[in-house]
Design a protein around this ligand. Structure first.
Ligand code: PLP
Length: 442
């Protein structure tokens, strides 16, 4: 089917744009009465979904190229996922960590295998990306205490954790301390001390930060860890570059610092490999010391966590070091096992790679002058716009039946479900091709 055959002017939405359907309007009014206003007013009230499509409460259909922010790996209501979650719910949904369950054990083993982590690697489960990063930061702190010059008992200086400008690691106080964006971080300062930012992509800045370690009065504590994304997702889908990542790894090795790769957004097949660090063109082939994951892992069930590479590092967490009531919940574990097994069975990692190429090439081939350049890997992509009208473009797409994300004022982000078909990408491109070039700035 050619992209021309899609009549975007006839999408199932009110003409003239801004008007919401009556049910959307009613429920959004009630929403703001009872919800704290941290998310702004939601765009629509969603009712149900199937595959790559979702319907709002007024019955309007949307092709979803955001997938709940890279979460719904299998799209909506995938039969295998629904079956696995239903069966597990009917068996046992929650036990606490006084008890273990088979799905949880199988999932941890599967994640270690998919990450290609060495013998003796261990998993910690939490319930979100931020919690995966909290676990990583806490483990890094314990590791930091083992470094010469950092032992509190010996009067040492606290070990540092280095994070990058434009990085995003979550909203809890620890993860927020390593998150760059001043507008969301500054109001909550003072935050966790001894976390220091260096300029992303600049190896010399990192070299200098390492060189600040010193025994003298002015020297700082040793560096316990560097935490970073390989593609900075919230910053607008920006790959750091394989050369830089390799240099970071080398500097960490020289200084006995850990390298934490935040794969909350990039992990679980999204970038065309199980984890982004496994892509030579993103990582230069490095091996991390910790990987954090969340978003796509359980196909819509809240789950996250961290894999510590090797037994020595894993062993720094002992009973009482960390925990969470819901962590490793069997319902979430069953959802994740089903998600991973469908990704494997249906070759969705390769599909992410192919559909991503189709999307990026297709965007530039639309000839729409609004689109300046594309970036990303697999199905985590963005298009740079000729002027800062991303919110207007996102709203226009929504009104024409396509969900995309205004990740920055000058960029749209795409993160469709990994099940997305060639036809779905063509359908999305037909709508994207028709986006007016003269939209107002945000
Ligand atoms: C979304 C995201 C997080 C935070 O995950 P939550 O589940 O929202 O806590 C952390 N790191 C990265 C890279 C993310 O994209």
């Amino acid at each position: 089917m050619s992209t021309e055959s899609i009549d975007v002017s006839n999408a199932n939405v009110p003409a003239g744009g801004e008007t919401l359907g009556p049910n959307d309007e009613k429920w959004l009014g009630e929403y703001s009465q009872v919800h704290m206003n941290v998310f702004g007013t939601p765009l629509r009230v969603m009712d149900h979904g199937k595959g790559t499509r979702v319907w709002d409460i007024d019955g309007n259909e949307y092709l979803d190229f955001l997938a709940g922010i890279a979460v719904n790996s299998l799209g909506y209501a995938h039969p295998k996922w629904v079956e696995a979650v239903s069966e597990q719910a009917a068996k046992v949904a929650h036990t606490s960590n006084y008890f273990a369950t088979e799905p949880q054990i199988r999932l941890a083993a599967k994640l270690v295998e998919l990450a290609g982590a060495p013998e003796g690697s261990h998993v910690y489960f939490g319930n979100s990306g931020a919690e995966g990063n909290e676990a990583a930061l806490k483990l890094a702190k314990l590791y930091g205490r083992t470094l010469p010059g950092a032992s509190p008992a010996m009067g040492g200086k606290p070990a540092r954790i280095i994070a990058l400008t434009n990085g995003f690691h979550g909203r809890t106080l620890g993860a927020l301390s390593a998150t760059w964006k001043p507008a969301i971080r500054k109001p909550f300062e003072p935050l966790v001390p001894s976390i220091q930012f260096v300029r992303a992509g600049d190896p010399f800045a990192l070299y200098e930060a390492f060189a600040e370690t010193g025994v003298g009065h002015y020297g700082k504590g040793p560096v316990a860890a560097v935490i970073m994304e390989l593609i900075q997702g919230e910053a607008g889908v920006k790959p750091l570059g394989a050369d830089y990542v390799k240099q970071v790894r080398q500097m960490c090795d020289i200084h006995n610092a850990l390298l934490i790769i935040d794969e909350v957004q990039t992990g679980i097949g999204r970038t065309g490999s199980w984890f982004a660090f496994q892509r030579e063109d993103l990582s230069g082939g490095i091996t991390p010391d910790m990987v954090t994951f969340a978003k796509g892992v359980a196909g819509g069930f809240p789950m996250g966590g961290m894999i510590a590479f090797g037994s020595k590092l894993s062993a720094l967490f002992t009973p009482g070091s960390h925990g969470s009531t819901f962590a490793g919940n069997p319902l979430g574990a069953a959802a994740a096992l089903a998600t991973l097994s469908v990704i494997e069975r249906d070759g969705l990692v390769a599909n992410a790679e192919e559909r991503g190429c189709q999307l990026r090439e297709g965007l530039m081939a639309t000839g729409n002058p609004l689109y300046v350049s594309v970036r990303g890997r697999g199905l985590l992509d963005a298009v740079e716009l000729s002027h800062p009208c991303a919110h207007a473009a996102m709203n226009w797409c929504l009104e024409h039946g396509l969900i995309v994300n205004a990740v920055r004022a000058d960029a749209l982000r795409f993160a469709p479900p990994l099940i997305v078909s060639e036809q779905d990408v063509d359908d999305a491109l037909a709508i994207l091709k028709a986006v007016p070039t003269d939209l107002p700035n945000d």
